[in-house]
Design a protein around this ligand. Sequence first.
Ligand code: CP
Ligand code: NVA
Length: 300
Amino acid sequence: MKKDFLTLRDLCADELNAILKRASEFKAGKDANACPLIGKSIGLLFEKASTRTRISFQVGIYQLGAQAIYLNPNEIQIGRGETIEDTAKVLSRYLHGIIIRTFGHKIIEDFAKNAAIPVINGLTDLHHPCQALADLMTINEKKGRLKGVHMVYVGDGNNVANSLIEAASVTGMHLFIACPEGYEPDSRIYKKAVSEGAYVKILRKPEEAVKDADVLYTDVWVSMGQEEGAEKKKKAFRAYQINKKLLSLASPDAIVMHCLPAHRGEEITDDVIDSPKSVVFDQAENRLHAQKALLETLIR
Ligand code: CP
Ligand code: NVA
């Protein structure tokens, strides 16, 4: 049976650990010339902009021996009203897997229900699981463990935050989210994680949240497709910037993460994102390795 990756929860702890191990092997150059996906074709259907996700998948697919086919929604019939269901059924006859970046999470769920091939979530308004996969790989590399690592996410309760909650749930990482009232992560995702015993807490004051943090994480205050009311939102987030002062309150060996792209001077300052504590470019590189391991696991 085909397996999708729509949210981080689609992987159990054992599957996640196996993927992270395989990702490290790829990064170390093991099987550099192996082509486990030779002869396969994998689609990339992106309804929003992307630098990291699109390019890391295209490069990774090539390195695994398959071909990547970029599908601009305005150049295929979906842009002229062909249904998601019909598109999923047709593309399943040609492709061996597909990565989709879209708006509502239901769109990718509907696609997956109608597709006979693995569907990978390259970001929806609700989840960004491929990012979380690379984040976990990065934390493991830098801290040598995931369970009990004290991560503080300062910022909007968005798709990245939601996937980090699920990541905390699957790995036992401790996650503190500091956000203004009204900008919390998805309540269903949060409640499910907490009901399962995940260590996830929502706080208001970033200064309190970052105390003893091993990892400080942030993302843009205004996500793609959510530009309406951006100015009001930016005001609400003024006190939620990762800057030198906030960083000084974290553990002395804390690392700083950001999924990128960053809005420098808003959610993070230049002196922090460019400091030796910042691992943002390793994090971006790990998208490639982690997604190769994911593709090798899901696509047969
Ligand atoms: N972090 C991330 O998903 O970046 P892109 O939007 O550039 O793909
Ligand atoms: N939360 C951001 C992540 C971008 C990679 C967005 O959805 O725009």
